[in-house]
Design a protein around this ligand. Sequence first.
Ligand code: CP
Ligand code: NVA
Length: 308
Amino acid sequence: MTNNVKHFLNLSDIKPEELRGILKNAHALKKLKYNPPQIFQGLSLAMMFDKRSTRTRMSFEVAMKQNGGHTIVMNMGEMQIGGSESIESTANVLSRYVDAIMIRISDHETLIELSKHTQIPVINGMTDKSHPCQIMADIMTIEEKLGSIEGKKIAWFGDSNNVSNTFIEAAPLFEFELILALPEDLHDQVPAGANVTADIKKAAKNADALVTDTWISMGQEDDKKGNDDIKKFQPYQINSELMGMAKDSAIFMHCLPIHEWEEVSENVAKSPVSVIYDEAENRLHAQKAILAWCLENSGVSIQERFAF
Ligand code: CP
Ligand code: NVA
């Protein structure tokens, strides 16, 4: 953390007990969905995007507004930072206007650079390396559906990407078992220490949750489109047969957007074991709690209300 500013950049920067506290508040705030405490009154969040978004943009906007705050959204191509203004100058100026920044930016190092120059919290709204807000919502969803995350077996299938990287980061912090089933040639792209296999049966066996994501992340369209790269993922599709190899109580998870009949079959995506829309909703509640944690130095005192 720079100057005691509470950034939300990498899960591994934050103590596990603080992450658990954020999740506890997320559950509490969800119960207050129709009576949201006005904890962000007078506070503003700037949101910057260099990529498309539906959930991240809308859930942050609603999270701030339901709880009394304000938002401003900027496409980075329309800001001076998309021209010649430096990250440092942009960071200093935004720090004078708003109380926090949420940014979706491809280059993770630029996110870190921005956070070094702001006097206000910066939240990682997804980079090519990670997607911590998504994983907080996913863990919240697992807890709702299956109870404590501790000791659960989560099995990931398909590509190695920003979302799988963040599950890898989260596993030791939240003490769950994680296995990734990926095509052999991707194994060396996976961060060190992760449990990786090419064997889908091994991954699915006794799993509590089967998780996947697109085989072509944003920015990779030209590299992967229509070539053999896509065919290699086919055996890793989550379908009824694969779900049948997991625990009877297993759930299907996906951060969305889905590409039906690519990474998941339509019948699984639309089946009762699919919790995809709960995950999407929980982005809203988890992010309220993340914002409250980040904004503590601006006077938001959520602990007094919900006691960690
Ligand atoms: N899951 C997710 O981050 O969705 P968006 O790209 O729509 O924000
Ligand atoms: N891995 C995907 C996640 C989208 C929310 C991407 O980066 O496009």
